[in-house]
Design a protein around this ligand. Structure first.
Ligand SMILES: Cc1cc2nc3c(=O)[nH]c(=O)nc-3n(C[C@H](O)[C@H](O)[C@H](O)COP(=O)(O)OP(=O)(O)OC[C@H]3O[C@@H](n4cnc5c(N)ncnc54)[C@H](O)[C@@H]3O)c2cc1C
Length: 476
């Protein structure tokens, strides 16, 4: 890492990654702060109460009102809508063709393809939603390029492409030569790769705040600054009032580790993003002008995209696994540095381009690397386990939950991840301890592979533990 040539004051920056809203959200609030949604202060009655004002909660509210405009819907959000990962993610609305391995293992090829097609239509529908409602969320359908950055990943790339061909979806995912990769984005770290045509970039905070605006226009009640401390049946309990409802939706993402209905379904890991200063001329020099989303093949994924004003937003899953969603998910200086290291490794020609911002957030890792949507109790519904890929799937989750609640018999409710019960994670304290150890081992293994060195025997064995225990996570 060429620290000496790096003008970024990482020390100064690293002190504050969690002390402010993400750059996306600051942009979005600067453009349109939106009307206030004061905290709940009284007992109220409604049809559906939704806990969580991120994409899952807001899309669910949106589709409920689409299905039945007379339904009463109340959303309770502890922060502001989009204050969590929905307003701080990488903005990759990407397809599931890269998830075929897990989907086919779990549900068989036919159902797997149906699930992928459903996500594809969500990607298109998000763009249409933005057009219809005048939300300029920088939607750009530039596709998704996978870059091989270590020889250990060449096999993964080939298998991924081969599987798409086997299920009859060769058009969706194709292998790229090293020269084709270079033509889309020239990095000395890239050795080859693949291209998935299903992929759109968005400015996630503008999207989530736009969705909030549409819901308010349609009569949905939103209370921000309102922590739900639990459910009493289908009623939401808060310090200043209850929402009595016929149905409740838990749309709490990684905070689910604190909910008894969800905690064995999730492990909470963090992911961090660093953002460069605008450097459009440098992007032109490396040929990255097509708006492609890009990632590598690591389990601790590095993912990167460009912005309208010519910045790179570079994310890395280098953070930690924790038992509660605490400040390590937004203020972890080590994770910021590791993410910045990844960026410098991939983009040495940006050595003198400052990194201007950094932020992080929690990821709700599921045992299968894939989300599930459905019922978790009488009248209580849930969607989560997105494992860092929720921008498009939350749109689908919203339709599924709305259909389940309104009793609509649609293709969406017959998708294989609806009411699926993947194997649970172990109880605490083993879950978070195990996750923390395994995560560091995976990062150490992948860092060694990237440097062309051999990971230690212990690191290799530890990183394979999840697969050996039957989870669809990490290397095999
Ligand atoms: C750094 C980072 C980068 C990512 N990049 C991508 C990407 O590029 N593409 C992609 O597809 N996915 C990405 N993700 C994942 C994606 O952001 C999530 O999967 C998605 O936003 C999930 O939406 P959600 O509504 O379920 O969760 P959230 O947006 O987290 O919403 C849940 C909300 O519930 C609220 N809440 C929790 N507990 C309570 C409570 N007790 N009472 C009231 N409110 C509560 C929280 O404050 C939060 O706002 C990324 C995530 C992170 C952290």
């Amino acid at each position: 890492m060429p620290a000496a040539s790096n003008p970024l004051n990482l020390t100064g920056l690293a002190r504050t990654p969690g002390a402010q809203r993400s750059w996306w959200l600051r942009e979005a609030l600067g453009q349109e702060p939106g009307q206030p949604c004061p905290p709940l202060q009284a007992d109220v009655k409604t049809d559906v109460v939704i806990v969580g004002g991120g994409f899952t909660g807001l899309w669910t509210a949106y589709f409920l009102i689409e299905r039945n405009p007379d339904l009463g819907v109340v959303v309770l959000e502890q922060d502001i809508c989009g204050g969590g990962p929905s307003g701080r993610n990488g903005g990759f609305a990407s397809g599931w063709w890269d998830e075929l391995d897990g989907l086919v293992t779990l549900y068989g090829p036919e159902a797997a393809v149906k699930a992928c097609r459903a996500i594809s239509s969500s990607i298109g529908a998000i763009g249409e939603f933005c057009d219809r409602h005048g939300i300029d969320a920088w939607y750009r359908r530039g596709g998704y390029m996978y870059a091989v950055t270590a020889s250990a990943h060449e096999r993964l790339c080939k298998e991924m492409v081969e599987l798409a061909r086997e299920v009859g979806a060769a058009d969706e995912l194709r292998e790229l030569t090293a020269a084709e990769v270079k033509a889309r984005c020239a990095s000395p770290a890239f050795r080859g790769g693949a291209f998935m045509r299903d992929g759109a970039s968005v400015q996630p905070a503008i999207l989530v705040r736009g969705l909030r605006r549409v819901l308010l226009e349609r009569g949905v009640t939103i209370h921000e600054g309102t922590v739900v401390t639990g459910l009493d049946g289908t009623d939401a309990v808060t310090a200043r009032g209850h929402v009595r409802a016929k149905h409740a939706v838990l749309a709490v993402n990684a905070w689910g580790i604190g909910w008894p209905q969800l905690n064995r379904r999730l492990v909470a890991w963090s992911s961090y993003i660093v953002l460069t200063a605008p450097a459009p001329e440098r992007l032109r020099e490396i040929g990255w002008t097509g708006g492609e989303l890009i990632s590598d093949f690591r389990t601790s994924l590095r993912y990167f995209r460009t912005t309208r004003d010519g910045r790179i937003a570079f994310g890395g899953g280098g953070g930690r696994a924790r038992r509660t969603v605490d400040e390590m998910f937004t203020g972890d200086t080590r994770a910021v540095s590791e993410t910045a290291d990844g960026f410098r490794l991939m983009f040495p020609s940006f050595a003198d381009v400052p990194i201007e911002d950094a932020w992080g957030g929690p990821i709700d890792v599921s045992p299968t690397h894939l989300p599930t949507f459905g019922r978790v109790g009488d009248g209580v519904y849930y969607a989560g386990g997105y494992t860092g890929n929720g921008v498009a799937p939350t749109h689908l989750a919203g339709q599924v939950l709305a259909d389940l609640i309104t009793g609509a018999d649609t293709d969406a409710v017959r998708l294989p991840m609806v009411n699926a019960r993947p194997r649970s994670f172990p109880p605490e304290p083993f879950r978070s301890w195990g996750a923390a150890v395994v995560r560091r081992a995976m990062i150490a293994k992948e860092t060694a592979e990237e440097r062309g060195t051999q990971p230690s025997f212990l690191v290799s064995q530890l990183s394979r533990t999840p697969r050996r225990l039957g989870y669809l996570l990490g290397p095999d």
